[in-house]
Structures are given as C-alpha cells and as structure tokens.
Design a protein around this ligand. Structure first.
Ligand code: ADP
Ligand code: G6P
Length: 425
C-alpha cells in the first residue's frame, strides 16, 4: 500500500524518455490528462516509452510519475501486437483487419498484471484510481482483487464497437470480466456507451466527452501568423492537417480530395500544411499508410506545384505546442477527416485558437468531436465528393458557426470533463 489518494493509470506516462532527455508523449490521452494531474495532487502510473529499462519514480512538470518497465517481448506482444494490431483496428470498426494471436493475448494479460500490481503498491487506503484506455482493460478486475478498498474508474478514449464486431474477439469474455472490476466506466459518445450496454448492464456507465485545456492553447501574434503564411507563399487559402500518422485519420483521403479539386479547377491559390507525428512505425499498416500519404504528396506537388512553391508542405515530426498554436491560428481551413475517432482533440484545439471566429473546420461525421462541434463543415470521409464539398463550403465560412463552437469549447474544457467523471465516480 502507498500514500497516493488519487492515481491515474495509463499505458503511457506524459513524457517519454528519449536517450538522456524527456519529450512530451504523443496522443490526445496525454494532452488531456496532463493538465488534470497538474491541477490535482496525485500520481501517474505508466510506461516511459523505453524498452528493457527500469526507471525509478520521478517528478516531471509538477506530476509525480511511477514508471512501469516493458521489455522487448512486452513491447511486441502487448503494445504493437494485442493493443495496436488487434484492439485498435477492431475498436475502430475494422478500417484494417485485426490480427488475433494467442501469444499477444498472453502478453496483454501479463502486462496488465504488471500495471495492476504497480498501482496496488502506489495507492493509499481507500484511494481513487482512474484507469485509462484500451491497453489496460484487465487492470480494473486485477486491481479490485488485489485492493478491494480502492474505488476504480475506467475511461475508454477510443470508440467502443458494435456487439457484432466486439464478438469477433476470441477473448471477449475476459475483457468484459476485466472491465467489470471498475465502479464506473466512461465513454466518449452515447453510441459507444450503448454498444457496451448491449453486452452487459452489470457496470455503472456514463458518457463523458473529453476536451482540452482550452485556456492554454498557445496564442499567436500577427507577426508569427504572417511569417508562417508568407513562408508557404502567402496563399489565399491556407489548409492544415495535424495528426498522428495513423490509418484511422484519413490523411490520404483529404489529399485526394484536394488533388481532385485542383484537377477540376475548383480550388486555386492554396497551400496545405500537413503535420504528422510518427506513430507505431514498425506496424505494417502504419508503414503502408505513410507510404501512400508520401506518394500522394509527391504526386500533388509534381502535378500542381511550382519550383519554390509546392502545394503540400509536409512535416513528419512532432511540433512543440507553442508552434502548433501558430499553425492553428494561421490556417483558414482545418481538415480533420478520420474514418473513426474517439474524440479528436485537434478539432477542439483549432476551434479554441480562433477567438475572433475566423477560420473554418472541416470535420468527419465519424469523429466523436462531431457531436459537440456540429457547426463544423461535416463530411463523410468514405465519400470523396462529400469531403470536396465540405472543403469548398469552408472556403467561404460563416463566422457565426465558428463563434458558436469556440464558446462551447472554452466552456467545456478538460477540467470540466475530469470533474464530471470523478464526481459521478
Ligand atoms: P490521437 O489521440 O489519436 O493522437 P487527438 O487529435 O485526440 O488524436 O490528439 C492528438 C494530440 O496530439 C493533440 O493534442 C495534438 O495537438 C497533438 N499532436 C498531434 N500531432 C502533433 C504534432 N505533429 N506535433 C505536436 N503535437 C501533435
Ligand atoms: C491515442 C490513444 C492513446 C495513445 C495515443 C498515442 O490517443 O487513445 O491511448 O496513448 O493514441 O498512441 P501511442 O501508441 O503512441 O501511445
């Protein structure tokens, strides 16, 4: 037993150890939860992103971190295998085919046990423990067995599939048993919660759409915005995409929509900046996606760019938050076109970066964010014409729509999200 009254358990710590320094970890889960933990006393149990290295507990950015070590077999079987080659595609409605493999499942069980044991040691008597996401669905059950005194919440950051899909999973009963160890399970959308409740009504559940630290989106000066716009050739319309390079995000689809609009002469004088964080790079479908995206970028620039003035500006790196704020502020049109997404915080970050109600958001109907940001230019990424239409509409946006969304995001921030979940718990 430890002395932490409040413990967050997530596969990733908010920082990754890279060589001898730390970098902010990728993804929306960390972006959302880090400010929550900074505001509340507590600790964070998670993996520091290294393989085969045991780290002592440490403090970073005002948060107390308890590292869980993964070895090479854990990384391949639990992380790349079961979590990201079985659960991730299954829960995102089979955008690619999931692979079900017994050895990966065994590692998933073993690593979930590691997390449960580390948490059992860290939590004070009667503590509140908040377990996060699809990588750790067995932790609630395991932890309840080790520490019946603690109160356990679980939040799923990604979609929960329809029962007909979930039932493909050879270990569906074990997953449900694991989740039943929690006192409250939270989902992003009502449809996710409904899907889950069709499988079991034994756990208390709720829908809690996650958000961002809205007040902290880095403001950009006019000079920064002008410098960026001029660096990309001062186009009439600056389009932007910001994503982890993941096949769920529909990056290729937005490129194809732009290409088709250029070809038809319906769009001109544009620049498109695509910032893509490298992600899960050894997994085959991620490699294929990267290849297709980079090929399309090369082709579009070859067909429509000029020397010294490409159409697509591509950054395959993570970008510091303060620079991201300038990109958001400078972009006339933000393209968020996932085939399926739990929430998509990038959409909310863009809206938060437009207090003057300029700019336009093109948003997939299949992103959780579309429930709240229904004033966006909505599109169906499976239908290229629909993406093209939304882009064209967004070239002449109605400021009232952005104002409405901006007000919503400023009020419904991540602190409100955490408060609503924890109060319900
Ligand atoms: P996901 O969690 O699937 O990656 P989200 O859109 O919910 O998708 O969250 C992504 C988070 O990562 C956002 O906070 C966004 O600002 C950040 N992000 C995405 N791409 C980059 C990048 N290239 N550089 C820095 N931050 C990024
Ligand atoms: C999504 C998931 C998170 C995950 C993040 C980054 O946001 O919901 O659980 O941490 O992507 O993915 P990675 O595999 O790099 O942790």
């Amino acid at each position: 037993m430890g002395d932490n009254e409040f413990v967050v358990v997530a596969n990733r710590l908010p920082v990754d150890k890279v060589g001898d320094h730390y970098e902010v970890s990728p993804g929306g889960l960390v972006a959302a939860l880090a400010p929550v933990l900074r505001a509340r006393e507590g600790c964070w149990v998670g993996w520091p992103g290294t393989i085969g290295e045991t780290l002592e507990p440490f403090e970073f950015g005002g948060i107390s971190l308890l590292p869980v070590a993964l070895d090479k077999d854990d990384f391949e079987g639990f992380y790349e295998g079961f979590s990201n080659s079985a659960l991730w595609p299954l829960y995102h409605d089979l955008i690619v085919q999931p692979e079900y493999n017994q050895a990966w499942w065994d590692r998933y069980v073993a690593v979930n046990r590691k997390f449960a044991e580390a948490t059992a040691k860290a939590a004070a008597k009667d503590a509140t423990v908040w377990v996060q996401d699809y990588q750790l669905q067995l932790v609630p059950g395991m932890l309840k067995a080790l520490r019946p005194d603690v109160t356990i919440g679980f939040f799923l950051h990604i979609p929960f599939p329809a029962p007909a899909l979930f039932q493909q999973l050879p270990w569906r009963d074990e997953i449900l048993e694991g989740l039943k160890g929690c006192d409250l399970i939270g989902f992003q959308r009502h449809t996710d919660e409904d899907n889950f409740r069709l499988l079991t009504e034994e756990i208390r559940s709720g829908t809690f759409p996650i958000s961002i630290d809205s007040g902290e989106i880095a403001a950009a000066t006019n000079e920064q915005v002008e410098a960026l716009r001029s660096a990309v050739g001062s186009p009439k319309h600056l389009l932007l995409g910001v994503d982890r390079l993941d096949y769920t995000k529909g990056i290729l689809q937005r490129l194809l929509a732009i290409e088709s609009l250029l070809e038809e002469g319906k769009l001109s004088d544009i620049a498109f900046v695509q910032i893509a964080t490298p992600s899960r790079e050894r997994i085959e479908h991620y490699r294929t996606t990267r290849k297709q995206v980079e090929e399309a970028i090369g082709r579009i620039n070859g067909r429509f760019g000029e020397v010294g003035r490409p159409i697509v500006h591509y950054v395959h790196r993570s970008v510091p938050k303060e620079h991201l704020g300038t990109f958001y502020a400078a972009a006339d049109i933000m393209l968020v076109t996932p085939f399926k997404d739990g929430m998509n915080l990038v959409a909310k970050e863009y809206v938060a970066a437009h207090p003057d109600a300029d700019g336009a958001l093109v948003l997939s109907e299949f992103a959780g964010a579309a429930v709240e940001l229904d004033q966006a230019y909505l599109c169906n990424p499976f239908d290229l014409e629909s993406v093209k239409e939304a882009i064209l509409e967004a070239t002449d946006p109605d400021p009232a729509r952005m104002r409405h969304m901006h007000d919503w995001v400023m009020e419904h921030d991540v602190a409100a999200w955490a408060k609503s979940f924890l109060e319900e718990l």
